[in-house]
Design a protein around this ligand. Structure first.
Ligand SMILES: Cc1cn([C@H]2C[C@H](O)[C@@H](COP(=O)(O)OP(=O)(O)O[C@H]3O[C@@H](C)C(=O)[C@@H](O)[C@H]3O)O2)c(=O)[nH]c1=O
Length: 181
């Protein structure tokens, strides 16, 4: 398992070891003890799975307020996404900065998004399926969003006209968002 830090503290890319043979491949997609060796210990409690039918489906930018803030371990099992995390930790020296990584069924990369980040992704292929583990249960009362195209954040998405949910069309910009994470 290879762990690569990003420019944002705590946000890391994880690449599992892939064992390929004539049948296909095998990999440990999650291994608590191997992550613990790298000082990453998380008690995941919920697994999520989404399917996006079209290219250009954008889900985000999402987070939950305390005490239901979530760490997310994101991976793709069909298709590919441009996966984005924005640092919204109020006291962080990188507050408001973002990182984007391509995750695909082929590259098998995972993005570990810590609590204190807003998260979103845009599909790069039709019929893309995303799996992610979270360490706090979904809580609609704590669920919040930030506008995907907040100019102050300046994310360079793969499309300027994404397919959005009704909810994601209405989020405030970061400056107006509630962020007691
Ligand atoms: C996130 C979530 C949603 N739901 C329900 C609520 C709603 O009826 C339906 C669809 O929810 P949403 O529109 O919020 O789904 P979606 O836009 O896919 O939300 C997800 O986006 C990505 C980027 C994340 O980071 C996730 O944490 C999550 O916020 O599923 C659950 O039952 N449990 C959950 O954990």
């Amino acid at each position: 398992m290879k762990i690569t830090p990003t420019a944002l503290a705590g946000l890391v890319i994880i690449e599992p070891e892939v064992h390929a043979d004539h049948r296909g491949f095998f990999m440990e997609s999650y291994h608590a003890a191997k992550l613990a060796v790298q000082w990453i210990t998380i008690d995941f409690v919920q697994d999520n799975h989404s399917l996006s039918e079209e290219i250009g489906v954008l889900r985000g930018l999402h987070y939950q307020l305390n005490p239901q803030a979530q760490t997310k371990l994101v991976r793709v099992v069909a298709g590919s996404i441009y996966d984005v995390a924005v640092d919204i930790r109020p006291s962080s020296p990188t507050f408001g900065q973002w990182v984007g990584v391509t995750l695909s069924a082929d590259n098998k990369r995972q993005l570990l998004v810590p609590q204190g980040f807003a998260h979103g992704f845009c599909t790069l292929e039709p019929k893309t399926q995303v799996l992610y583990k979270v360490d706090a249960y979904y809580s609609p009362q704590h669920d919040r969003g930030i506008r995907w195209n907040d100019p102050a954040i300046g994310i360079v998405w793969p499309t300027t006209s994404p397919i959005l949910s009704a909810k994601d069309e209405k989020h405030p910009v970061l400056r107006d968002a509630e962020i007691n994470v």
